[in-house]
Every structure is written in C-alpha cells, then in structure tokens.
Ligand binder design. Structure first.
Ligand code: FMN
Length: 363
C-alpha cells in the first residue's frame, strides 16, 4: 500500500500557502436561487465543512446570463450574486482554508428553457449535440442548435470573464479558476469539431487558441496573475468534444500561458493522451491534477503522482461529497463514507450539508 504522506506536505508558492496537497474539485450542486443566480444560504456551511482541504474550488459560476447551463447554478456577474458569495470565502478563511471561485461559460451546453427570454445558447459555431439530452427546469430535453458568437460578442465575453473575476475578488475569494474543461465554451473553441470558424478565432491552431488565451490574459489584467488559474481537460470527449491533436493543442496553450505566472494549472485527465505527465515539464508553476473516470479519484494514485513530481496538488471531487472531512479521514486512516447517492444536484440541506464528519460518526 502506498503511503498517503505526500498528500499532507504543505505547499507554498507566490500566492498559495496551503496546509496540504488535497484540493476539493469544483462541483456543481444546483442549489442557488434559480431566478437570481444568488448562491444558496447553505453554501457557506457546505464549503466550511470541507475547509480542511488545502485548496477549495467552488462549483462553476456563470459569468453572464448566456453562460448558465442548468437550474440552480449560481452566477457571479450581478451585484446580488457577488454579495451572495461573500459568506463563502469568509467561512472558509475562518477555518484557515484557501478558496478559488470557478468561472464558467457553458456555451452550447445550455438550452432556451434555461436561458433568459428563451434565448438560444451560444457557441463558437452552430454545431449541435446529437443524441443526448440536457437537464432543465422542465426535465430532460433534446439539445438545440446553438448560434455562433459574433466577434463583438466574443470581445464582450472576454470582458465578462474579467468582470466576474473582479467580482470574485470583491467577494473575498483568494482567486479564480477559469473553467476551460469538460466540453464547455472554452474547450468548444479549442476543439476542431466544435470550432468551425473561419475568422481569427478558428481555422488554425493559433485561431482555436485565441479565445482561451484572451480570456486568461484579460483575467490576469483584471486581478493579477497570482490569483488566476485555468482548468483544462485535454482529449476529454465529454459533451461530444473531439480534439484531433490534443497534444499539439495543449502543448501550445500551456507554452503560451506559462510565462504569465498563474497561481496554478488544473489538469483533468480523461482520455488516451497522458496530459499530466506530458504537460508537467512545460509548466513552471503549481500543477493541480484530477482524474475523471467511472470511479472516484483514488487517494493512493494521487499520492503516487505527487511523490513522482507530476503534480503539486490533487483535486478530489466525489469523495468530498459524502466525506466533508476527507483530509482528516485520509490522514487518520478512518474509513470513508459510502458514495453520495441522493441530493447530488439540486434540493436543500439533504445530501448537501448533512454528511457528518468522522468524529461525529464515532460519537
Ligand atoms: C456532482 C458533480 C459536479 C461537478 N461539477 C463540476 C463543475 O462545476 N466544474 C468542473 O470543472 N467540474 C465539475 N465536476 C467534475 C469534477 O470536478 C471532477 O473532475 C470529477 O468529479 C472527477 O473527480 P473525482 O473522481 O475525484 O470525483 C463535477 C463532478 C461532480 C461529481
């Protein structure tokens, strides 16, 4: 059995001063007020319960009205949403934790029933997801064909990311993680099957990289590089993405953003391309790793990855749902709780803030 000790070494960099190498991966929980996008009043409790992680990353928060992908997802573009977030970093900081807000635009992964005034989702190009449905207020429905963003709208979206990042800092977050993974808008620009543009935002590798790089640069300009992170999932075919040459694409992306000095790069590995090992030598800053497979990420594998120097931190998602005190359990060898089965998306306290810490179970 591998020792989990590498997970419990502190990690320090210019902005980050983390007590362990365990991150809580961003996880949508669908409990915000659907009409306003204001986070749930239970969110501070939920994140505080998990503040033993060295680094917490919030659920994705939408950066403008068309960026929203489903019911109960929080936003971070209005004053009310920003105010609604304040108690979350406050609660995590009170426990000595560090928390970044994830900034999200879903692109074509939305639906007129989710968007204001029944608007069509937007994307790099009008390419529809076929044969899969999307969850809305009215249940599961077929995807629609999105409309392509205009060049002006692309500029505005870049500014919206920067503005959302300013809101996150105003709300007290330590930084932001730009969601460039899992087949959402940023990855839709990177992937050749979803980006069919012939203007400067498509048509070539440089074209496909342009929107993601512009967003990173704009967010860095707004709040400073050491508060900015990017999440990517090279070769991830979720949400009908198909990247013809992920190694070429992501090597070029990483080479372009490495000199900016971001707080961290978060690589979710899923697919044939061994992105973490391939990209690590090209990234001079902190690297957060995550594996997305049918079973939750394995702490033993995470410890080995850190020990081998391929990653500085490892982000756990599903294990944190039912184990709010995951780091303490791993450190003490306390058995983990069974996987969460109810209340994962949507609802109230049930399945959200009612998983006890291990001491409480034992009492
Ligand atoms: C309930 C749930 C919600 C998720 N929401 C997000 C999200 O908002 N943003 C994101 O980047 N990834 C999201 N993910 C993916 C996780 O961050 C993570 O990559 C995935 O769960 C694999 O890690 P694990 O094996 O440790 O669970 C979500 C996963 C789950 C289970």
């Amino acid at each position: 059995m591998t020792s989990l000790a590498p997970l419990f070494r502190p990690h320090r960099s210019r902005r980050l001063d983390l007590r362990n190498r365990i991150a809580m991966a961003p996880m949508t929980r669908g409990r915000a007020d659907d009409a306003t996008g204001v986070p749930s009043p239970l969110a501070p409790t939920y994140y505080r319960q998990r503040a033993g992680a060295g680094l917490l990353i919030t659920e994705g928060a939408y950066v403008n009205p068309l960026a929203k992908g489903g019911p109960g997802i929080p936003g971070i573009h209005t004053d009310a949403q920003t105010d609604g977030w304040r108690a979350v970093p406050e609660a995590v900081h009170a426990e000595g934790g560090t928390i970044f807000a994830q900034l999200w635009h879903v692109g074509r992964m939305s639906h007129p029933r989710v968007l204001p005034d029944g608007e069509l989702p937007v994307a790099p190009s009008a390419v529809r997801i076929d044969g899969a449905s999307i969850f809305t207020q009215d249940g599961w429905v077929d995807h629609v064909t999105p409309r392509a963003l205009t060049a002006d709208e692309i500029d505005q979206t870049v500014r919206d990311f920067a503005r959302a990042a300013e809101n996150a800092v105003a709300a007290g977050f330590d930084g932001v993680e730009i969601h460039g993974a899992n087949g959402y808008l940023i990855q839709q620009f990177l992937a050749d099957n979803t980006n069919r543009r012939t203007d400067g935002y498509g048509g070539s590798l440089q074209g496909r990289l342009r929107f993601p790089i512009e967003i990173v640069e704009a967010v860095v300009g707004a709040i400073g590089a050491d508060r900015v992170a990017l999440r990517i999932s090279p070769d991830n075919d979720e949400n009908q993405l198909a990247e013809a040459d992920p190694q070429e694409t992501y090597r070029a992306l990483v080479d372009a953003i490495d000199p900016l000095g971001l707080a961290y790069l978060h690589i979710l590995e899923r697919g044939r391309y061994r992105a973490i090992e391939d990209l690590r030598p090209r990234w001079s800053g902190t690297l957060v790793a995550n594996h997305n497979g049918p079973t939750p990420s394995d702490p033993q594998a995470a410890a080995r990855l850190i020990e081998a120097g391929h990653a500085d931190l490892f982000a756990f998602g599903r294990l944190f749902l039912s184990n709010p005190d995951l780091p303490a359990r791993l450190a003490s060898g306390t058995p983990l709780a069974p996987a969460a089965t109810h209340g994962v998306y949507g609802g109230g306290a049930d399945g959200y803030v009612d998983y006890p810490a291990a001491e409480v179970v034992a009492a």
